[in-house]
Design a protein around this ligand. Structure first.
Ligand SMILES: Cc1cc2nc3c(=O)[nH]c(=O)nc-3n(C[C@H](O)[C@H](O)[C@H](O)COP(=O)(O)OP(=O)(O)OC[C@H]3O[C@@H](n4cnc5c(N)ncnc54)[C@H](O)[C@@H]3O)c2cc1C
Length: 402
């Protein structure tokens, strides 16, 4: 029996959509094809676990809208399904006069996005929230929380399965053959016909679009984010979440301290160009994937503009001393011996042909395909609204009906 709807990618976005599609299209046969032997093995399973509030994003953007709604829905979903979570709030800390001025803009942006309870705190007040923090003043964001997105994804998958979705792991998609009535999806576990395909392949979603014969008009450049763990004896330096003021020129949020839902505290992630899409270690290298990025005109434009920053991120990656010293801006008491190397994750950073970093979420509907091309942070937080948005787009295609 052919499937009506095939979803490529068993991360949080693919599974959120699978779960919601099974409800929206109850008589539809749905399959999820995941290349790894289990779910959530890439971005979803290697992130900071933060339920972002939506304070950072440009008013009116998909990110702003879906993050604010997503945070509320994520908290409700975790509560309903007994997934551990906490709405612990966070401090965004200015350490220079320039950053301090940007905090006012950040508060205005957060309020424009519909957040309430944002408070600018002077040095004394911020040290009542986080007694060991350095810096000049801070923005307190009460709606930020923490959870475990692998557990959230497992729950999405369980609910999808209960509603009849088939999940096939170890099934990497390698090619498509498309005719007027269906798409034949070639995978390492056999071929699957489907009437409509939703590409949620994360770090490889541009490649999947190309395999389908569509121009994604961007390339996904992998940026590794490395973490250090605070040793348990020093975890008391951080109560909740401590972030720097983001640099408007870069989409990444800067090295921050995060108390994880399972109790440990880590610092990170940095943002280092990875020489492999799934390159979790400094020495990981794939010649083809590296050359693909280097040959891309937009990458060379970006490299010319941001090479200094890129170099300094690389130095911080190889030098623990540099990493710790950037952490000391937020937490002056932290010392080299307090931190041990932790995990890492790789972000899919979309880059346009002209070298601009693609900021907002991006979807590309083409014939029997919908490509989810750019869903970086805060897409784990926003995964429920993103899944709902994809349901709408599939409905609009008129190829899948209730
Ligand atoms: C270091 C880091 C920190 C982050 N912190 C946060 C945070 O605190 N809060 C937040 O909201 N967001 C955060 N994010 C962002 C968030 O994790 C991602 O936006 C989200 O996980 C994207 O989910 P996804 O399903 O699109 O991608 P993924 O989780 O990467 O899933 C894509 C899936 O597609 C599969 N796949 C790829 N190619 C194929 C193929 N050919 N055939 C079949 N399957 C394939 C992969 O194996 C993978 O399982 C962070 C990301 C990183 C990397």
């Amino acid at each position: 029996m052919p499937h009506d709807l095939a979803i490529i990618g068993g991360g949080i976005v693919g599974l959120s959509f699978a779960m919601q599609a099974a409800q929206a299209f109850p008589s539809t046969r749905i399959i999820v094809l995941e290349k790894e032997p289990g779910l959530a093995r890439h971005q979803t399973g290697h992130n900071s676990g933060v339920i972002h509030s939506g304070v950072y994003y440009k008013a009116g953007s998909l990110k702003a809208r879906m993050c604010v709604a997503g945070a509320r829905e994520m908290v409700a979903f975790c509560a309903r399904h007994s997934i551990p979570y906490e709405v612990c709030g966070k401090l965004i800390v200015a350490t220079t006069a320039a950053e301090s001025a940007r905090l006012d803009d950040l508060r205005a942006r957060g309020e424009a996005n519909g957040l309430t309870g944002l408070q600018l705190l002077d040095r004394d007040a911020m040290r009542q929230v986080e007694p060991h923090v350095g810096g000049l003043r801070a923005l307190h964001v009460p709606a930020t929380g923490i959870t475990d997105y692998s557990l959230v994804t497992a729950k999405y998958a369980a609910l999808a399965t209960e509603r009849g979705v088939e999940i096939k792991t170890s099934s990497a998609v390698t090619a498509f053959t498309t005719n007027s009535s269906e798409v034949l999806i070639h995978t390492r576990a056999g071929n699957f016909p489907a009437r409509y395909v939703v590409n949620c392949a994360g770090l490889y979603s541009d490649r999947i679009a190309q395999l389908a014969g569509h121009d994604p008009a961007l390339i996904l450049v992998p940026f590794r984010g490395e973490y250090y763990d605070l040793i348990p004896a020093r975890a008391n330096l951080v109560r909740n979440l401590i972030y720097p003021v983001p640099d408007p020129a870069y989409p990444f949020l800067g090295v921050h301290f995060t108390r994880r839902i399972h109790g440990n505290v880590d610092a990170g992630p940095n943002a280092v160009l990875a020489f492999r899409r799934e390159g979790y270690h400094r020495t990981d290298f794939d010649l083809h994937e590296t050359m693909e990025v280097m040959r891309y005109f937009g990458f060379r434009v970006m490299a010319r503009q941001h090479w200094k920053n890129g170099l300094s991120e690389m130095q911080r990656s190889w030098s623990k001393r540099k990493f710790v010293s950037s952490c000391q801006r937020l937490l002056p008491e932290v010392q080299m011996q307090d931190m041990t190397p932790g995990g890492s994750g790789v972000r899919a950073q979309a880059l346009a042909p002209d070298g601009t970093l693609v900021d907002d979420f991006r979807f590309l509907p083409r014939g029997r395909f919908l490509h989810v091309l750019n869903v970086p942070s805060p897409a784990a937080t926003a995964s429920l609204p993103i899944g709902r948005e994809i349901v709408q787009m599939v409905r609009q295609s008129a190829l899948i009906t209730e």
